[in-house]
Write a protein that binds this ligand. Sequence first.
Ligand SMILES: NC(=O)c1ccc[n+]([C@@H]2O[C@H](COP(=O)([O-])OP(=O)(O)OC[C@H]3O[C@@H](n4cnc5c(N)ncnc54)[C@H](OP(=O)(O)O)[C@@H]3O)[C@@H](O)[C@H]2O)c1
Length: 316
Amino acid sequence: MEILQCRLGSSDRFVSAIGLGTWQFSQGHGLIGKFWPSLDNNTIREIVKAAHSGGINWFDTAEAYGRGQSEYALSQALNDLQIPHNDALIATKWWPLLRSSRSLESTIHERLQRLQGWPITLYQIHQPYSTSSIADQMTSMARLLDLGLIQQAGVSNFSASQMTAAYRALKAHGHTLSSNQVRFNLLDRRIETNGVLSAAQDLGMTIIAYSPLAQGLLTGKFHNGSTSLKGFRRFTPQFSSRGLAKTSSLIHVLDTLAAKYQVTMAEVALNWLITTPGQFVTAIAGATSQAQASQNAHAMTWKLTASDRSALDQVF
Ligand SMILES: NC(=O)c1ccc[n+]([C@@H]2O[C@H](COP(=O)([O-])OP(=O)(O)OC[C@H]3O[C@@H](n4cnc5c(N)ncnc54)[C@H](OP(=O)(O)O)[C@@H]3O)[C@@H](O)[C@H]2O)c1
């Protein structure tokens, strides 16, 4: 079975076109970690196992997800499952709020400790909010790369101009910025018009699409009433009855395509992202169960036709 792949930056490393997002592994720690219900270690292990068996070979985590709890729970699951280091990779992120670039270097050993032996293949700046300039942050990233403490550098939530500035600053140190992780899904397509998508393609960078299922909305389960909404999503406008009504025509097209390909609506929504022409978009879907992780991985095994992609474009 062929699995769709995505190049990580301009390196010769390819990753599965779908990665597993692990904000959901925060286990209730910290403020950001409370967004999702707490998952026990057994469920986390089952999710990682299902993702990996389905062909997912990379995992996105962050310092901010449960103040390192997600990094710990993820690496614990990978270790328990005896997945070798050459068969999966981890991307994590530094949290820059109220911090200078010096903290990128001073906290790296804490990140590595949390990852329990797993190397940091991709280290990302979570938000463009550091008290240091982009140039200074890239100087610190370059030092981490030179020391071999990380293998590739990326950013997240950077605008086109911030991303380009970061790219140039890192290039001046002889390194290449690999990726920008941004919100991108069938309901949030701002990066197609704000310059991020085209600048990334021009620079040879990878776009890592987060919230690819619009936090579950694009699975259709909230539109058909099969699932009631718990937790913080209840307070998000897109999940209100008005928000659901506004997106019902898109869900209808997703449903039609899901029937055509004999897959779920979640798969169609993910496949639309990873078949963006150019092979430079990868999607990190979060999961709260083994079944979701398997389904989401299956989205890498088939391809929407160009005309089905345009049916989705039209309804947008
Ligand atoms: N860089 C950033 O600033 C940033 C921001 C947000 C997220 N992220 C990353 O992106 C990852 C994914 O984004 P996200 O968690 O916001 O949203 P998402 O991947 O769009 O949605 C994930 C949620 O949708 C539901 N779901 C997933 N697969 C499903 C399926 N096949 N069928 C039915 N329901 C399904 C699950 O929630 P329920 O089961 O509870 O419905 C799951 O927790 C995160 O884990 C994190 O790694 C990064």
